[in-house]
Design a protein around this ligand. Structure first.
Ligand SMILES: Cc1cc2nc3c(=O)[nH]c(=O)nc-3n(C[C@H](O)[C@H](O)[C@H](O)COP(=O)(O)OP(=O)(O)OC[C@H]3O[C@@H](n4cnc5c(N)ncnc54)[C@H](O)[C@@H]3O)c2cc1C
Length: 464
């Protein structure tokens, strides 16, 4: 970055909020995926006006800008692959308004997701989307990726809770999108287009989110299976029986053992798969739903069904699921985690397909994920220094995406396209679909300066 440009950035943000040293650029060169590129500068925003000034500056100078929450993304979304400036949003982390009467909270986009619940619990409210990364990811990152979580089956995903947002558009204009009313149809559903926009269309600085009353009671249990197929079939059977558990997480044997090696969470090492289940609501209805779940898993050959008898037992089981990725990360030098998703009725086919792909290519795979949403995380465990194993994994990943598409599913349920799934998007949405996305991007960002190189390529004439 030129000295005059750094001086301009320091004028906007203050000298302490601008980094250019190599060691700092390394720290902001990656997220939780495998993409890695160093920026030329990192700036820390504390106000919407600073973000607006930054974008005006970037447009004048032709410099790419990549917004970043906490860099926990799993598809390379906050990696500055065309270099330029990383805009760190995590210092915009204030709660601006809590409105219990309307069950709304307005926060700055850099607030950590888990910071919301302790504030709203006093009014017996909670914020339902709970990604595994809830204690470190930001609301801005959650909205940009449409993050899901363990409670997605019953409570939906981030898009179901976004009411209104303040956004800085790529050329620096500040707009308010959406509304706090329950009903709002004045104009296009513009806040909707920002959910899952992966930082390509504008920078969210404030977000108003809907809240729900905390359920009075929770019932938690673990269903243990000797066959992957039986566990997968149980998922569809439970839903078909009219029960909507708040959580229905799938964990296979490889993942169970990795978790137990990492931390004893009481999971059975000899099971082929377990389902971690929770029902909630009024005590009698949560209990009745769990009783029905027990009947359905028994009908699908569950080996046993263990109910958590205390909050401590429940927390121990859930801790196991939350550390699944970290635990698998210790098994081999590297992992490649995917989130191809299918309708839950197709889960048995998907699980069989994943196992068969891994077997055919001689690869180790751990499967866990949000089974109730049909959103599994097949995780290939490998050593990326081994070119042969790497090549086999790449083939397996391609086959996995194709399998999801063939089953009418999607290449990403919640991690987004970013850098790593970019080559596969056209297979899913077709060339006309890509052209539509390109045209939308061009309308917002004619010079392609905001988070360029992600999700899809732009036609050559407007690429950076
Ligand atoms: C252990 C672990 C578990 C995870 N579990 C889940 C899970 O259960 N469900 C799930 O959905 N994801 C999960 N993730 C993925 C990740 O945490 C989510 O995608 C999360 O939403 C990213 O938030 P972040 O603040 O880290 O964003 P980043 O990774 O920093 O950024 C993600 C994207 O959002 C954009 N962005 C960030 N802030 C803004 C903003 N203010 N305005 C515009 N664009 C912005 C970035 O440019 C980037 O494209 C997990 C990740 C890890 C490491």
């Amino acid at each position: 970055m030129k000295l005059e440009q750094r001086i301009q950035l320091e004028k906007i943000f203050g000298p302490e909020q601008v980094l250019t040293a190599v060691e700092d650029m390394v720290a902001y060169s990656y997220d939780a995926s495998h993409a890695e590129v160093q920026p030329e500068a990192v700036v820390f925003a504390t106000t919407t006006e600073q973000v607006s000034e930054l974008m005006r500056f970037a447009y004048r100078e032709g410099i790419p800008v990549t917004p970043r929450g906490q860099g926990s993304g799993l598809s390379g979304g906050s990696v500055p692959i065309k270099r330029g400036i990383v805009l760190a949003m995590d210092r915009m982390n204030r709660v601006l308004d809590f409105d219990p009467a309307n069950r709304l909270i307005t926060v700055e986009a850099g607030l950590t997701t888990a910071a919301i619940d302790p504030i709203v619990a006093a009014a017996n409210l909670f914020y339902p989307p709970d990604p595994g990364s809830v204690t470190f990811s930001t609301i801005g990152g959650n909205v940009a990726e449409n993050a899901g979580g363990l409670r997605g089956l019953k409570y939906g995903v981030t898009k179901d809770y976004v009411k209104m947002m303040k956004v800085v558009l790529p050329q620096g204009d500040i707009v308010i999108l959406g509304n706090k009313c329950v009903k709002h149809v004045a104009g296009f559903n513009m806040e909707g287009i920002f959910v899952g926009s992966e930082g390509l269309l504008g920078i969210m600085t404030e977000v108003t989110l809907a809240l729900l009353p905390i359920p009075a009671h929770r019932e938690s249990a673990l269903a243990i299976f000797n066959s992957l197929d039986d566990a997968a079939r149980s998922v569809a059977a439970i839903i078909a029986a009219g029960v909507t558990p708040s959580t229905m997480e799938f964990i296979d044997r490889a993942t169970i053992n990795a978790i137990q090696d990492f931390k004893d969470c009481g999971l059975p090492r000899d099971a082929e798969a377990v389902l971690l289940l929770e029902t909630d609501g009024e005590k009698h209805s949560a209990e009745a739903e769990m009783a029905r779940v027990e009947i359905e898993v028994a009908a699908n050959q569950a080996r046993s069904f263990v109910r958590a008898k205390s909050a401590e037992e429940r927390d121990r089981l859930f801790a196991g699921r939350r550390v699944a990725l970290n635990a698998l990360a210790r098994v081999r030098p590297n992992l490649i985690l995917e989130d191809a998703t299918v309708m839950r009725s197709k889960l048995p086919e998907m699980v069989r397909g994943i196992s068969s792909i891994a077997r055919r290519h001689g690869l180790q795979v751990g499967i866990f994920g949000h089974a109730g949403d049909g959103n599994l995380h097949p995780t290939f465990l490998l050593d990326m220094r081994d070119p042969d194993e790497m090549a086999r994994t790449e083939l397996a990943v391609t086959e996995l995406f194709q399998l999801a598409i063939d089953l009418e599913g999607t290449i990403s349920g919640e991690h987004g396209v970013g850098v790593e799934k970019k080559p596969f998007l056209e297979r899913q949405i077709g060339s006309a679909g890509i052209a539509l996305l390109q045209n939308i991007k061009k309308t917002f960002d004619p010079l392609n300066l905001l988070n360029p190189g992600k999700m899809f390529d732009m036609p050559v004439e407007s690429a950076v």
